[in-house]
Design a protein around this ligand. Structure first.
Ligand code: UT7
Length: 329
């Protein structure tokens, strides 16, 4: 990527809904307890969308802040990519709904489905469009309302997820900064380990699919855990190699916020000290595509990156998929 136009992050914004669901709230809903949830996952609470909020509403709030921080308005946008597995509806895309709300007339808009890796996939897509010269900027959002597809009678999954949105504006940056490498991948053979079976063309919605809970997330937690630990390590090493960097060059590590134990195993493997790692899984739980941008934007807001710092993002999720990127801030 070195000889191409430098492309990086020129604006950031995030949004989480007001309502907080704590571990003690969940204790009243299913057979679980705070001690189990905190020790197995690191999660203490999560934010849940209001009944009248859909994914595009969360995305809109994050997008407005990102545009403001870039000194832009919707009409300046060339491209909108929304990474999500919980679109407002199958179609039109959530990106098109957002394009209208933002007044981004003329911007191309589409959704991208790569679950928790979706934001990094979106960054790679936007960067390629801009480096090719086709567009000058893009709004890339990771937004999900997992609460809408979570079975709150299933303790195996309902303690894990939350709602939110994180947004960045991607555009040209000064020489030496911006995205240095991406590593995207998939293992489609593992798709059934983490899925929502119902509502698509294979298993359209019916009374039976509703009765059989086919419109909720199903996850084989143990198998996904093993996949996560493996690819967090391999993708990180590969994306550093592609950037021509060593693990000691990383100033800030921004991992997908699914489980503190998965983050800790990556920290150990990379020998990263705590101060170089962004962790907010305790406050937001696993927000799928919103997880990495929420962590990135929060770190930016807290002043944890300065210009020229090397930031490494890495995520994994349904598909199964993974995505990693090295970004010089
Ligand atoms: O972004 C998407 C990617 N998804 C993930 O990253 C999730 C990856 N997986 C995980 O994070 C972990 O596998 C979980 C947190 C989902 C589960 O942790 P675990 O240490 O793998 O637990 P387990 O599934 O092996 O379950 C251990 C026990 C079981 O009881 P038995 O069979 O040993 O009697 C579960 O039934 O814990 C039980 N359990 C619970 N107990 C209290 C499962 N969920 C709960 C709960 N509260 N909420």
């Amino acid at each position: 990527m070195n000889n191409l136009r430098p492309v990086g992050v020129i604006g950031t914004g995030k949004y989480v809904p007001e309502k907080i669901l704590t571990n003690s709230d969940l204790e009243k809903m299913v057979d679980t307890n705070d001690e189990w949830i905190v020790s197995r996952t690191g999660i203490k609470e999560r934010h849940i969308a209001a009944p009248d909020q859909a994914t595009s509403d969360l995305a809109y709030e994050a997008a407005i802040k990102a545009l403001e921080s870039a000194g832009m308005t919707g009409s300046d946008l060339d491209l909108i990519i929304v990474a999500t597995i919980t679109p407002d509806s199958s179609f039109p895309s959530t990106a098109c709904i957002l394009q209208d709300k933002l007044g981004a007339k003329g911007a191309a808009a589409f959704d991208l489905s790569a679950a928790c890796s979706g934001f990094v996939y979106g960054l790679a897509t936007a960067t390629s469009f801009i480096q090719s010269g086709m567009y000058n900027n893009a709004l890339v959002i990771g937004a999900d309302c997992l609460s809408r597809i979570t079975d709150y009678t299933d303790r195996n999954t309902c303690v894990l997820f939350g709602d939110g949105a994180g947004a960045v504006i991607v555009g040209e940056v000064p020489e030496g900064r911006g995205f240095k490498s991406f590593d995207l991948g998939a293992e489609g053979a593992g798709g059934s380990l983490l899925q929502m079976e119902g509502g698509g063309s294979r298993l359209p919605a019916s009374v039976e699919t509703v009765e059989n809970k086919k419109h909720y997330i199903y996850m084989n937690g143990r198998e996904v855990f093993k996949f996560a630990v493996r690819v967090m390590g391999t993708a990180t090493i590969e994306v550093l190699r592609k950037a021509g960097l060593e693990r000691t060059d990383v100033d800030l590590f921004v991992p997908h916020q699914a489980n503190i134990r998965i983050i800790q195993s990556a920290m150990q493997r990379l020998e990263l000290p705590e101060e170089k790692v962004v962790v907010n899984v305790d406050k937001y739980a696993n927000t799928s595509a919103a997880s990495i941008p929420l962590a990135l934007v929060e770190a930016a807001e807290e002043g944890r990156m300065k210009a020229g710092d090397t930031v490494l993002m890495v995520g994994f999720g349904g598909g199964l998929t993974w995505g990693a990127s090295v970004l010089v801030w």
